[in-house]
Design a protein around this ligand. Structure first.
Ligand code: SF4
Length: 367
């Protein structure tokens, strides 16, 4: 049947049952869906081209598909599930998007431009189950997992922004799974999304430019090592003693630090990718000389780099940001023990870029 671009298709029914989000599908899954409808396999390639290269917003724009197929797609599938609800720009250029799902769930995504590099910080869940005591997202608990399509869509929203501001050839170069949620607790959707972000037919971002940040699920870290993709792994350690870590990250109660480090060793040995240890500096909580010594020992054993993050205070939470002298002194102790430790600047502080803060402020305002 010939494509029929000029005639408008019926509008989607907002009350229709759950639609298939095409941005979450691998080519073979799309081919299987098409085959069930008597369509040839090459249609999958055409559709993926419209989705990722042309970035069309409506099925009727897929002009090399038949009118019947476009109508079927419109009836049962979706291209977008997240709308931009708010957009804030920080003085340092960091851009934060607040996205709203069909169920009104709020999701945060951040674009961090830096020289030639354009990084997107993506959320993996709505809210977060982990409940870190110092985090805005942690205080409200988990609402739901994000689907693979919703994870990919966040990156596409940021790529659109980049192209709008830097020109049509500008690239999204890096991905960090460090937004709201624990990525490894949404494992299946995470892996499906990462494969799409990495694929040549998708967003074509090298695996070595994709970082998965986790508070640590040993079983899933081992599974990630077996995916035969060389993603970077960042472990949010935040404490070197089990008792303090459990206090800061109650969700990690059942997992001992030694068990986590074992899984990270396995990841390093299997993939050859270095591990990064994330350590939030909390004034008067985890910054003693013993903490520095313990962190240095762990980092050296793992051959890991350490990112020190000066805490961004959250209203209503009791933790404080350490002064720069105390932060540099902690870094110096690590470096003196041969550890590659950096203090990361908190970009976008003025637009509440710490995970969950814009979402939280919006919810509190009753939006
Ligand atoms: S810091 Fe990360 S893991 Fe911890 S509660 Fe916040 S979003 Fe969840």
């Amino acid at each position: 049947m010939q494509p029929d671009a000029g005639i408008p298709l019926p509008q989607p029914d907002p009350n229709a049952p759950q639609r298939l989000h095409l941005l979450g599908l691998q080519p073979d899954e799309l081919q299987a869906w098409l085959a069930d409808r008597g369509q040839p396999a090459y249609r999958a390639r055409q559709i993926l081209h419209w989705l990722y290269e042309q970035r069309v917003a409506r099925f009727e724009q897929m002009t090399n598909l038949s009118r019947d197929l476009r109508a079927e797609l419109q009836h049962t599938c979706r291209i977008a599930a997240l709308e931009i609800e708010a957009e804030r720009t920080s003085d340092d250029g960091t851009r934060k998007l607040l996205l709203r799902g069909r169920d009104r769930a709020l999701v945060e995504t951040v674009w961090i431009p830096s020289g030639q590099r354009n990084t997107v910080c993506i959320s993996s869940q709505v809210g977060c189950p982990v409940g870190c005591r110092f985090c805005a997202s942690g205080t409200d608990g988990l609402e739901r997992n994000l689907g693979a399509g919703e994870i990919v869509e966040q990156a596409l929203h940021v790529r659109d922004l980049i192209r709008r501001e830097q020109g049509p050839d500008a690239r999204l170069t890096n991905v960090v799974m460090m937004g709201m949620g624990e990525p490894l607790a949404n494992y299946r959707n995470l892996i499906a999304a990462l494969r799409i972000l990495n694929a040549e037919w998708g967003l074509h971002i090298g695996a070595r430019r994709i970082t998965v940040s986790t508070v640590g699920l040993p079983k899933q870290i081992r599974a990630l090592a077996g995916e035969a993709l060389q993603f970077n792994l960042a472990l949010s350690l935040h404490a070197v003693r089990d008792d303090l870590r459990t206090e800061l990250i109650p969700w990690g109660r059942g997992v001992r630090i030694a068990e986590l480090l074992d899984a990270c060793q396995h990841y390093f040995r299997t993939t050859g990718r270095e591990i990064t240890l994330e350590y939030v500096l909390l004034a008067g909580v985890n910054m003693t000389s013993q903490d520095a010594e313990g962190l240095a020992t762990i980092a050296r054993n793992l051959r890991a780099n350490v990112n020190l993050l000066r805490y961004n205070p959250v209203s209503g939470l009791p933790y404080e940001r350490p002064g720069s002298n105390a932060s540099f002194a902690f870094q110096k102790q690590l470096r003196a023990r041969g550890v590659n430790a950096h203090i990361r600047t908190s970009r976008g502080r003025d637009v509440a870029a710490a995970c969950g803060q814009l979402r939280r402020a919006t919810r509190q305002a009753g939006a």
